[in-house]
Design a protein. Structure first.
Lengths: 222, 370
């Protein structure tokens, strides 16, 4: 029974970790730009990034299918260039998790960056530091609580992702059956003991990561 | 090194919903001295400082420091703050909260070796008398210590100019006095121009080699503090430097003591030349309005009897408001508590007012700025 839980645990951690790495990299860039720069289309970027937060995940998934399918804008060119059909692979699940958790990262982080005193950045400029150096060594370190909060929320959202993943990656045993999907399948097929094991693992994971984050953040004075 | 500043900038802010349009039009020069930009909040002081630092961009004009052109709208030249590297001390000091005092001070020494950084750090700690604080974090420092760390950080890279934005506003009186002396001696030692912003007339007067008075975005007067404080060139400057009695007047003629102006039913004589065809207002500092008991017999010009309207105890001094006969306005007189006690007056009592004609300042109405 336990071995049936191993693959879902493995694929879930893999998808959530990769998605969170992408979310942090892309999210920090978008958050900084939204908080500190004025550019045309800023509102549009904000709306596009936030949209998956308010759309039903199945709708987000459906839109991703349109985009990534072999006839879709992105999917078609990817298939023509590499011969790789991304739908119903774990990579598609990473994209789904990325899209639905990005707004959580951007909302939390851009608020944290926005609350960093701009005069600290100005001082760094007058002391000869470029905008990039200032962002890396002044702004982001001072926004780290918000960044960590965004990271934890994004990871949790990626682990719990269900609707969009089901649409773009299916629920293929040994391939894309993440924990959330497996719990649903196990429950549907009356396999209560597998469902219980998966639920217990997920609850423990969540509690541990919450406690670890709280402990880390509480150690920081600024 | 011979250095100087030339600033001649214009910047227009179109008013947003609640703020009116604001036009900055600032023009002044200075040598290696301590220049105080003096004006109310909203007069454009901080905007000017930011434009000099490169943190704001003027619409047009010219900024030059130490022979180096920072900004020239005609040549489309605009150096970044990183290329100007001014020493800038912000109002709230803006120390990096996540760095120790040592890291804060050496943050501007990019590209220097660790040994050079260490040496400069100790020079700065010594100069500011904060040796021993290098491992502390800003949250553990007092206001005065924060200010000294901010100054040390600004001065460590040997800037061409030092810009200080209301650096004393959060400090108590004793600390202010000491830092005031320190800033003066820093200016003399480093021999660079120091621009200092304040809205406090006492600070402007005691600190400045040169005062530049800003009002609503433009320079109204510049000069040595004594010139500005004793001879304000217009009503706005007069109000800023503490001439709280200012009244509109009509020209009435000439007398043996000088020129005579009428306000309500009193005549005021001034030694300043006035012209019959122009409109004027006159002003007098409250400390130059002298009160005498009603029974006293004084003759001369600018003496009239009146009634005390109210008395305000300012702790170290009293401010007595007396009615101006024939009008609704009051004249303020400030005196020390001892003299007030001798007068034996209170609201409603009679007294005599005396103003020396040499203390009467005269301002032409609608005088153009500058």
């Amino acid at each position: 029974m336990l071995e049936q839980a191993i693959f879902p645990l493995y694929i879930t951690l893999k998808i959530a970790t990769l998605s969170t790495i992408l979310v942090v990299l892309v999210g920090l860039l978008i958050s900084y730009l939204l908080a500190r720069r004025d550019f045309t289309g800023k509102n549009l970027v904000d709306i596009l990034v936030t949209l998956p937060l308010v759309l039903p995940p199945t709708v987000t998934g459906y839109l991703l299918v349109i985009l990534l399918g072999k006839n879709g804008v992105l999917g078609q060119s990817l298939f023509e260039m590499t011969g790789f059909g991304i739908l119903f692979t774990w990579q598609a699940a990473v994209i789904a998790a990325f899209v639905v958790s990005l707004p959580l990262m951007v909302k939390t982080t851009s608020a944290a960056i926005g609350s960093v005193d701009r005069e600290l950045e100005y001082v760094a400029y007058t002391l000869g530091h470029s905008e990039l150096e200032t962002a890396l060594f002044v702004t982001l370190p001072l926004a780290k609580k918000g960044i960590i909060a965004g990271l934890v929320l994004s990871f949790a959202r990626a682990v719990g992702e269900f609707g969009a993943t089901l649409m773009v990656a299916g629920n293929i045993p040994g391939k894309t059956n993440t924990m959330s999907l497996s719990i649903y399948t196990a429950f549907q097929s009356g396999n209560d003991s597998l469902a219980n094991i998966l639920v217990v693992i997920l609850v423990i994971m969540s509690l541990v990561s919450m406690a670890a984050t709280a402990k880390l953040v509480n150690r920081w004075k600024v | 090194m011979s250095g100087n500043i030339r600033v001649d900038i214009k910047k227009r802010y179109s008013g947003q919903e609640d703020a009116p349009d604001f036009n900055l039009d600032v023009n002044f020069t200075a040598s290696n001295e301590l220049v105080v930009l003096f004006g109310r909040s909203g007069s454009g002081k901080t905007t000017t400082l930011r434009c000099i630092a490169g943190l704001g961009k003027p619409d047009m004009g010219f900024i030059e420091v130490n022979g180096k052109v920072y900004f020239d709208s005609e040549l489309k030249k605009n150096l970044s703050p990183q290329d100007r590297r001014p020493g800038y001390v912000f109002q709230n000091y803006a120390l990096f909260p996540h760095m120790s005092v040592a890291k804060n001070i050496t943050y501007g020494l990019k590209g220097k070796s660790d040994a050079a950084k260490e040496q400069r750090l100790h020079e700065m700690l010594g100069l500011m008398h904060i040796t021993g604080l290098q491992n502390e974090y800003p949250s553990r420092l007092s206001g005065g210590q924060k200010q000294r760390v901010a100054l040390a950080r600004a001065l460590a890279p040997n800037p061409d100019i030092l810009l200080l934005d209301e650096p004393f506003s959060a400090l108590d009186m004793v600390v202010r006095m000491r830092l005031r002396e320190r800033i003066h001696s820093i200016q003399e030692t480093l021999d660079i121009p120091v621009l200092f912003i304040t809205h406090n007339p006492v600070e402007a007067f005691t600190l400045a080699d040169k005062v530049v008075v800003l009002h609503e975005g433009s320079v109204h007067q510049e000069g040595r503090p004594e010139d500005v404080f004793y001879n304000p060139c217009n009503r706005h400057v007069a109000e800023l430097v503490g001439v709280s009695n200012i009244f509109d007047a009509d020209f009435a003629g000439k007398s043996e003591y000088g020129f005579v102006l009428n306000t309500d039913s009193i005549s005021i004589t001034t030694t300043t030349n006035v012209d019959a065809d122009s409109s004027y207002s006159w002003g007098v500092r409250p400390e130059n309005v002298h009160l005498h008991p009603a029974r006293e017999d004084i003759s001369g010009c600018n003496v009239f009897s009146t009634t005390v309207h109210s008395v305000v105890n300012r702790g170290a001094s009293r401010v007595v408001a007396v009615d101006i006969p024939g009008g609704g306005s009051v004249l303020l007189s400030e005196m020390d508590n001892r003299n007030f006690g001798k007068l034996d007056i209170g609201p409603g009592s009679e007294c005599l007012v005396e103003i020396d004609p040499r203390d009467v300042l005269v301002f032409a109405l609608e005088e153009p700025a500058g």
